[in-house]
Design a protein around this ligand. Structure first.
Ligand code: TYD
Length: 134
């Protein structure tokens, strides 16, 4: 795994099933928002944007998703299919969510509240911003 993909492994206790815990210091920011994504049309591409400020962690609680991360220079991908493993979607990381299945259920925790202006949805604009940062 390269330097773009950074995973968080949450502690899990067997408790007539499993119980997974997310808390400081495993979660490296204060959570201002969470949302979940489910009942998706299979294999439809989601994401395809980056954020100016917001940092997020995405967990795939059920099913699987292939995450492609891009910092404007390099791309790396990973398949998430374990409920206690999350991928960090740092600010200024373009992310695509691919190969989503009907039963895929994703939880995303975020460092900022929703703000439309925090989105970068134009890839050329993203490239300009990230190249300017180097
Ligand atoms: P979007 O972030 O584009 O979803 P994805 O990355 O999964 O493709 O959001 C989809 C829609 O939901 C868009 O119209 C904005 C809305 N939305 C909110 O209103 N609040 C939120 O916190 C999020 C994440 C999305």
């Amino acid at each position: 795994m390269g330097k773009l993909i950074s995973l968080i492994e949450l502690p899990t206790v067997p408790d007539d099933g499993f119980l997974t815990i997310g808390q400081h210091p495993h979660i490296p920011f204060t959570i201002k928002r969470f949302y979940y994504i489910y009942d998706c049309t299979p294999n439809l591409l989601r994401g395809s944007h980056a954020h100016h400020k917001t940092r997020q962690i995405l967990f795939c609680l059920r099913g699987s998703v292939r995450m492609v991360l891009d910092d404007g220079k390099n791309k790396e991908e990973i398949i998430l299919d374990k409920p206690h493993i999350g991928v960090i979607l740092d600010k200024l990381i373009w992310h695509d969510m691919c190969d989503i299945q009907k039963d895929t259920f994703m939880l995303v925790i975020a460092s900022h509240s929703y703000n439309k202006k925090d989105y970068i949805r134009d890839y050329e604009e993203f490239k300009k911003i990230t190249n300017g940062n180097k």
